[in-house]
Design a protein around this ligand. Structure first.
Ligand code: KIV
Ligand code: ZN
Length: 518
């Protein structure tokens, strides 16, 4: 294993992932995810797009200040103002990087209405400017895989000459295929003067379900940086999934002889956290981190597994940080046992946090005889980090075949309690109508998702609610053995988050997207 086989992992969960509609994260959530990425061994964290909003700027700056080992990167369009703003945010990092880009395909050149020569000049000017500020500069020709070959070579050469140290080749619309992906990188390295002196990166989208294959093929072709996100989070079909490329290189090292610095035992925990804070649940059959990825339901499989786990398992659950779902605790379990179990699941708690979680654990153990690992994870994820101005204090629903569905509810808003009864098409609809009547608002319900945490009819339900108001999006989460209670708590959590966003000048929602060309 030589160092030339070391692949740099560039995580863009907090930029490309977070910019996907609905995946907005709060400031503290971004800091938490960045901390987990750093701790897991991610080489470069793309922390955001500083010019997009005040919130984005502050998040990139704070992540830069807290980073321990990772390089912290910010995104900037091809103009001096964007690049200056990006530098202002990332310069606080021990190892900063500026990532600047422009769409180079014919379709993308038409947006700013630049001809080939004008765009080439702009690339020279902006990359030079970035490099004068920072000695670590990444440049991307957006939509590279649909850019004319000769023009692509020309602009890559200009960027290298202007001082770019990493050249990223984005497959912006998920259009390429593995052979083409490998060829493109190989030919660029061979053809472009100076191509063998910079790092080539691959940035794939998953529109045709080939992002992982295309990224690994690009590495075969000579790329040594993979851009990816946790759970493949990202717009449309998402980005390359970090956990997939990392585990593919690890498990099939015999034929994909590359390595990363990622501690794979941390994958499961960060996957759960990203799913929870983004509100994008991981599909059950998702490779590596899906709930069913290590489940062996069928009789034949179970028999084989009992004789030899390798019969149907190509990796061990513990390699990705999955601990067995076993009966862990009950209502007699103490605080120390809870602390040590949570630590095993990846949650290190301070005394005050533990106190709060213990109260909620006891309440759960009173309702549910058997408390499993997954129940504890749901309990942790349901804990809110925002001030609860609105609180659910009482709820009684009535429903049944042929009966009117109604919800009798008491909400406390800034300490003042009010009650009312509302009706609806079902118990959840009636309860949501009651919330709306007790706390009138114009937010629109975008997503309402329910999942059972474990098997059995006494399983907890985890509920995710996404609300939108004037372009600001907030996602709330909750878990409870009572699905209606969990639903209302998730709705109230989303409202509390929306209130925080409402009160922020400039908010933390992007005012410009990286697709706005200016
Ligand atoms: O997909 C893309 O082209 C991007 C660029 C900004 C690198 O995300
Ligand atoms: Zn992208």
């Amino acid at each position: 294993m030589t160092d030339s086989n070391r692949v740099v992992i560039f995580d863009t969960t907090l930029r490309d992932g977070e910019q996907s509609p609905g995946a907005t994260m709060s400031h503290s959530e971004k800091l938490e995810i960045a901390g987990l990425l750093d701790d897991m061994g991610v080489d470069i964290i793309e922390a955001g797009f500083p010019i997009a909003s005040e919130g984005d700027f502050e998040a990139v700056k704070a992540i830069s200040e807290q980073a321990q080992t990772a390089v912290i990167c910010g995104l900037a369009r091809a103009n001096l103002k964007d690049i200056d703003r990006c530098w202002e945010a990332v310069k606080h990092a021990q190892r900063p990087r500026i990532h600047t880009f422009i769409g180079t395909s014919e379709l993308h050149r038409a947006i700013p209405n630049l001809n080939m020569d004008e765009m080439a000049d702009k690339i020279h000017e902006t990359v030079t400017h970035a490099r004068n500020l920072c000695d670590n500069v990444q440049w991307s020709p957006m939509d590279a895989t649909r850019t004319e070959w000769d023009y692509l070579c020309r602009v890559v050469e200009i960027a290298i000459k202007a001082g770019a140290t990493t050249i990223n080749i984005p497959d912006t619309v998920g259009y390429t295929a593995p052979n083409e992906s490998a060829d493109l990188i190989r030919r660029l390295i061979e053809t472009v003067p100076g191509g063998d002196e910079v790092v080539f990166a691959t940035h794939c989208h998953n529109d045709l379900g080939m992002a992982t294959a295309n990224s690994l093929a690009a590495v075969e072709g000579g790329a040594r940086q993979i851009e990816c996100t946790i759970n493949g989070l990202g717009e449309r079909a998402g980005n390359t999934a970090l956990e997939e490329v990392v585990m593919a290189m690890k498990v099939r090292h015999d034929i994909i002889p590359f390595h990363t610095g990622i501690d794979s035992t941390k994958l499961m925990n960060i996957s759960r956290r990203v799913a929870s804070v983004s509100g994008f649940a991981v599909q059950f059959n998702k490779a590596i981190v899906g709930k069913n990825a290590f489940a062996h339901e069928s009789g034949i499989h179970q028999d084989g597994m009992l004789k030899n786990a390798e019969t149907f398992e190509i990796m061990r659950p513990e390699d990705v940080g999955l601990t067995e779902t076993n009966l862990v605790m009950g209502k007699h379990s103490g605080r120390a046992a809870l602390r040590s179990k949570l630590a095993e699941l990846g949650y290190e708690l301070g005394d005050n946090q533990l106190k709060d979680v213990f109260v909620r654990f006891k309440a759960l153990a009173d309702q549910k005889k058997e408390v499993y690992d997954d129940d504890l994870i749901a309990l942790m994820q349901a804990g809110s980090d925002v001030e609860d101005r609105i609180k659910l204090t009482a709820l009684k629903v009535s429903c049944g075949m042929g009966l009117e569905k109604s919800a009798e509810m008491t909400l406390s808003v800034d300490g003042v309690e009010n009650s009312m009864t509302a009706t609806g098409d079902g118990p959840v609809d009636a309860a949501f109508n009651a919330v709306k009547a007790l706390f009138p608002h114009g937010a629109r319900l975008q997503v309402y998702q329910v999942a059972a945490v474990t098997e059995g009819t006494d399983a907890q339900a985890t509920v995710s609610v996404r609300l939108e108001e004037d372009g600001k999006i907030a996602t709330g989460q909750s878990a409870d053995v009572d699905t209606v209670v969990a639903s209302v708590k998730a709705y109230v959590d989303a409202l509390n988050r929306l209130l925080v966003r409402r009160s922020k000048v400039g908010g933390d929602v992007a005012e410009v997207s990286y697709k706005d060309v200016s």
